[in-house]
Design a protein around this ligand. Sequence first.
Ligand code: GLN
Length: 449
Amino acid sequence: SFYLEHIRLNSHLNAFLEVYDEEALKRAEELDALLAAGKKPGKMHGVVIALKDVICYKDHKASAASRILENYTAIYHATAVAKLLAEGAIIIGRNNCDEFAMGSSNENSSFGKVLNALDNQRVPGGSSGGSAVAVQAGLCMISLGSDTGGSVRQPADFCGIVGLKPGYGKVSRYGLIAYASSFDQIGVFANSVADAALTLEVIAGADEFDSTAGNEPVLPYSAKLSEGKPSYKIAYFKEALEHPSLDPEIGTAIRQMITRLREKGHVVEPVPFDFTDYIVPAYYVLTTAEASSNLSRFDGVKYGYSAKAGFTDLTDFYKKSRSHGFGKEVKRRIMLGTFVLSAGYFDAYFTKAQQVRQILVEKTAEIFSSYDILISPTVPSPAFKFGEKSNNPIEMFLADIYTVYANLVGIPGISLPLFKHSSGMPFGIQAQCPREDELTLLQFSHRVM
Ligand code: GLN
């Protein structure tokens, strides 16, 4: 009831699309009763968790913050949710986000923007803005978001909390409403690395419902958190720190951090990286292509919103349902995606972008053959003001420069809130590691936090 009260007091932040008041209280009582009856508490016993509105929770609405799914009720649990419940978690509500997880500021939600709790004039980041603010403002203990190109790490950076994107396939995507399936990962918002580690340990693992979820055993991340190496080999991209879009204060903070890491005995070295200008375009070509295919299932017949009248034939019905149901950014991306996949342009855009992705995968393997960790800023600037970038999609896209790399190559990434900007807003550093090495990433993060 502490959290329910907090949510009520902070309803102006618009972080929640729905709060499961009575149900959460009842669940807490049931968990108490189980404990009183001598049952062993689960790893998440009584932990209050919120879910981004793209993650299915059986018998509850899941709208992806879109009109087209406004009245859709999930008929099964996402695997991650089922695992949390099995360990005794309390799901307190669903969080506002950018429609279909497309955006960087939460200004693309069909149900209003989310305010950054530290400065209500500023964006919380996106697309998982509501989930980030829910943890930032103490409205729950932990929340789950999704990260296709930074949607957990970037809002965590803007809100001053920890945001973890596991490697591709670490957490089952079953029950996660798809944006770009070869990029999407469920991620965790938390106040500490320890909380993120424990949550990952619970939600990770193989799943018969998602063939892309890896079979590797899930390690006891939280128990091993303090067992990290005495020193790490850390790489950074010099080009990334010299990028014109990088706020000078953030650049300085990262450089000082590099000096401090060296003083503590870590090896920190620049590695050449010539692909900075290609990663954001490759990301937007590939993700919009996948999105245009994934979102074709929303035709007004099988799911959600349907045009009620005023259509002439079936094609017109699809057209009207989709034009009314989807918001502007989603439509922009569907059009972009169908364009890059169209016969005449496929090779010029889609094939090229896939080639870039392949080169990046090879480059990443090469880097991690000599280094444990790759560090960078999480975002080139701290949280910006509402409206500042919303009329300029290219500028909005370019702000994803440091986060989309991890999704293109499938590696884990985490944003750690370490600094404060003169604007008063927090910002962090991002650490990335080889695929399947979340343990090293978490141990390193625990050390520097
Ligand atoms: N800002 C990126 C985009 O709009 C990231 C979104 C995400 O990770 N879901 O695609």
